[in-house]
Write a protein that binds this ligand. Structure first.
Ligand SMILES: NC(=O)C1=CN([C@@H]2O[C@H](COP(=O)(O)OP(=O)(O)OC[C@H]3O[C@@H](n4cnc5c(N)ncnc54)[C@H](O)[C@@H]3O)[C@@H](O)[C@H]2O)C=CC1
Ligand SMILES: O=C(O)CCC(=O)N[C@@H](CCC(=O)O)C(=O)O
Length: 495
């Protein structure tokens, strides 16, 4: 692992060579102590262009390899991850501020992704032969070619990995543009691919801020773009790709996710699932519950009282503390301050804080969790607040609560905590989201299931188990070993 921290840092990986960036300088800061842990320069447009061209040559070689050979490299990467789990977990914790216990689960998800992606590739994009007289009819799948992968900061290992692994298995080559907030994790990830024996040019690392992202996304030489990140950026990319039906665009974006509670006996269990849904990873999961719907009256009051009490005891602390916190720092002091501002805006609209979110130190990313009752507030903007702030809506009528839960442009995750199965069936029928859970947290989605949202949360290209689908296109073939005249000719033909 490189420990160089200067502007000549060889942080771009192009055509199998590490080289310094020639674009804008940027740095990565540990949000839990304010230390600069990485410095480098972004890839400029010429470097992006060079990487795209190198990728095109690599594509012909990589896609022509038998699947078994590609899988050997992918499995070698899994072995590298396994051997270096602790190094990777510590890097994630250092760069994102995520607690070490949780960073370890992120690495486990990365490693687990390999076997699941192989299964998904075979099951969803394998080869099928259909019976046909006098010929053989096949359904096969081919890779798109040169694809760009854009990753977010909140899971800097797992989420780009969720595009990269299936893309490589299918035979694509990848240009990886990680979040500028997590370049160190990205660099180490690509070093592990290199150690796994991935041929030169099959993966390129193009680090940098928005300028690098724009140069890559706008490059005419890419065949597709797989994006996980904010809805704003995803929408910009969608506009940019309008009128280009030949390019595959997969967008995984944020949410304004509702969690409803109705007639629950076990208050402690409900409170646990609300906390896991709203506050895990300091609220920095796209699946986190942002809006909690609680019944008016004694039942809702009891849950709310317990929720406020339990949330006030959540341990927030240093990612590497021996006694581990529930969550560590947010990604940056700036992101933490933005959550304080979001809370103030909701208060100004009439929200009543039941537990105040506070930034512990203005120079760092730590925030305590917040709960705010917005039942009587003015209508709020339909925004994703990407941090540990939960808005509470008290409701009288279940259907009205479901309507309000659906009153969002987003549609990523949603859940019901409730003891009555008929309520769940009713909820399931009406709620609009790509992930709908019952009596379980709405975070912690499985890689063995499709993962994606509707509306402003995605463009119907679900990831995780269904990532195989956007990594390859289907080809239908009718084949015979030689040309032959049919037994009967079509009317009006004589040969
Ligand atoms: N649905 C999903 O699977 C997930 C969605 N997210 C969402 O991601 C967001 C947090 O991640 P961020 O890193 O803040 O996302 P972001 O949208 O700011 O950045 C994502 C990537 O896009 C690049 N980028 C930004 N502006 C660009 C532009 N104009 N042109 C080209 N590239 C550009 C960034 O450099 C980065 O590599 C949250 O909104 C969260 O909900 C996070 C994880 C999972
Ligand atoms: O891609 C997968 O393998 C499953 C998706 C996943 O891991 N989702 C996580 C985190 C994604 C996020 O919220 O940013 C989850 O459901 O909590």
């Amino acid at each position: 692992m490189s420990s160089v921290i200067d502007n000549t840092h060889t942080c771009q990986f192009i055509q199998g060579e590490w080289q310094a960036g020639k674009g804008i300088a940027f740095e990565s800061v540990n949000p839990a102590n304010g230390e600069v842990i990485w410095r480098g320069q972004g890839a400029d447009a010429a470097q992006v262009d060079g990487a795209v061209k190198a990728a095109r040559s690599a594509f012909y070689l990589w896609s022509a390899k038998p699947l078994a050979e590609r899988l050997q490299v992918v499995e070698a990467f899994a072995a590298e991850l396994t051997a270096n789990t602790e190094t990777m977990a510590r890097l994630i914790a250092e760069e994102t501020g995520k607690a070490l216990w949780e960073s370890r689960t992120e690495v486990a998800a990365m490693t687990g992704k390999i076997a699941i992606s192989i299964r998904a590739h075979n099951e969803r994009t394998g080869t099928v032969e259909n019976p046909m007289p006098g010929a053989r009819a096949f359904i096969r799948h081919k890779p798109h070619g040169v694809v760009a992968v854009f990753g977010p900061y909140n899971f800097p290992g797992h989420l780009p990995n969720g595009h990269i692994v299936p893309a490589l298995i299918a035979g694509n080559v990848v240009l990886f543009k990680p979040s500028e907030l997590t370049p160190k994790v990205a660099e180490y990830t690509v070093q592990l691919w290199q150690q796994a024996g991935l041929p030169a040019g099959v993966i390129s690392l193009l680090q940098g801020e928005v300028a690098t992202g724009k140069a890559l996304a706008g490059h005419p030489g890419i065949d597709g773009l797989f994006f996980t990140g904010s809805s704003n950026t995803g929408h910009l990319l969608h506009q940019q790709y309008a009128g280009q039906p030949g390019k595959i665009l997969a967008l995984e974006m944020g949410g304004n996710n509702p969690l409803l509670v109705k007639d629950v006996e076990n208050i402690d269990a409900a409170v646990h699932d609300i906390i896991q849904s709203a506050f895990i990873s300091s609220g920095q999961r796209c699946t986190c519950a942002r809006r909690l719907f609680l019944q008016q009256g004694a039942k809702g009051d009891a849950i709310l009282a317990k929720l406020v009490e339990a949330t006030s005891k959540i341990k927030v602390g240093q990612p590497f503390a021996e006694e581990q916190p529930f969550y560590g720092a947010m990604i940056s002091a700036k992101a933490a301050a933005a959550m304080v501002k979001a809370q103030a805006d909701i208060q100004a609209a009439g929200g009543v804080s039941l537990l105040e979110l506070t930034q512990v130190d203005p120079a760092l990313g730590f925030v305590t969790p917040g709960i705010i009752d917005v039942t009587k507030a003015a209508p709020l903007p339909d925004e994703e607040h990407f941090g540990p702030l939960l808005k509470v809506y008290r409701y009288e009528d279940f259907d009205a609560a479901i309507d309000e839960a659906n009153n969002t442009a987003f549609g990523l995750s949603a859940g019901l905590l409730g003891d009555n199965e008929a309520d769940y069936q009713h909820f399931f029928g009406r709620i609009r989201a790509g992930i709908v859970n019952w009596n379980k947290p709405i975070t912690g989605a499985s890689s063995a299931a499709p993962f994606g949202g509707i509306g402003a949360s995605g463009n119907h290209r679900a990831s995780a188990y269904y990532a195989a689908d956007y990594c390859a296109y289907p080809v239908s073939s009718v084949e015979a070993s030689s040309v032959s005249l049919p037994a009967t000719l079509s009317p009006g033909l004589s040969i």
